[in-house]
Every structure is written in C-alpha cells, then in structure tokens.
Design a protein around this ligand. Structure first.
Ligand SMILES: [Fe+2]
Ligand SMILES: [Fe+2]
Length: 163
C-alpha cells in the first residue's frame, strides 16, 4: 500500500506528464501550421511518449492500492516566434520536469518508499535522454539561424525519427 504523500505527489506528476504531452501536441500543431512536417512528427511522437510516462505512474499507483485522481490540464501555449523558440521552450520544460522527478526521488527516500524509488529511477535516466535530445535540436537550430534551407534540412532529419 502506498502512503498518502507519495500518492498525492505521483498524482501531481501524472498531471505534469499529461501536460507535457499537451504542450508537445500544441507544438506539433504550430509546426504543421508552419509547413514543418518533420518537426511536427517529432513532436507528435514526443507527445505519445509523455502519455506513456503518465501511464507508467498510473499503473504504479493502481498496483500499489493507490487511487489515481486526474486533475484539469492547463491550456498550453499555442504560438512560438520561431522553431528555435519552440524547441528552447521544450528544453526548458524538460528541465522543469527533471526537477519534479528529482523532488519525487527525494520524497521516496524520505518516506522510505523503495518501490516508488525504484520506479522513479527509470524516469531519472529518461530525463537525461530527454534533455539531451531536445537540447541537441536547439543547438542545431542555433547553428543554422534564420536560414530557411538549414531549417528545412533539420525538419527532414527530425521527420526521420522512428516511432
Ligand atoms: Fe515525461
Ligand atoms: Fe519529456
């Protein structure tokens, strides 16, 4: 049986993960509106991953006799001034999520909740990957600057992301 504090904190993280998916779907819609189909596809896949993250926590709560309680999702931003601005926002968002995961790990330690601690280790590693892959796109976009051909090349590369 999971403790009340951990249950509440994991429910809050389900909301964070679902909001992440919502934000990336909003970014995908923005990229579609700009004719950047590769970046849009990349963000759609990212949004799907976030739903899986939410489900991982959902299942952990259920398995441990906890109660999942879903809260309202915030409205995500819908427009960005450039692809670079959108990916910078995605990177900043991933850093925010990493902070949340680390807080959960510390709570699991404080509560001596070894099961939650172990489940969260997967997220610790996942966040390293997520920050890295988002930051790499930021760096590519910074390198090409406003050059349209450069942006299209990056768009093509991101469109090749496997499901
Ligand atoms: Fe996530
Ligand atoms: Fe993420």
């Amino acid at each position: 049986m999971i403790g009340k504090r951990m249950e509440e904190a994991l429910n809050a993280q389900i909301n964070e993960e679902l909001f992440s998916g919502y934000l990336y779907l909003s970014m995908a819609a923005y990229f579609h509106s700009q004719g950047l189909e590769g970046m849009a596809r990349w963000m759609e896949l990212q949004a799907k991953e976030e739903l899986e993250h939410a489900l991982k926590i959902f299942r952990h709560l259920v398995e441990r006799g906890g109660r999942v309680s879903l809260k309202a999702l915030e409205e995500p931003q819908g427009e960005w001034e450039s692809p670079l601005a959108a990916f910078q926002a995605a990177y900043q968002h991933e850093r925010h999520i990493t902070g949340k995961i680390h807080e959960l790990v510390e709570l699991a330690q404080a509560e001596k909740d070894h099961a939650a601690f172990q489940m969260l280790q997967w997220f610790v590693a996942e966040q390293v990957e997520e920050e890295d892959q988002t930051n790499k796109v930021v760096e590519l976009l910074e390198r090409v600057g406003p050059d349209g051909r450069g942006i299209l090349m990056i768009d093509q590369r991101l469109g090749a992301r496997a499901d």
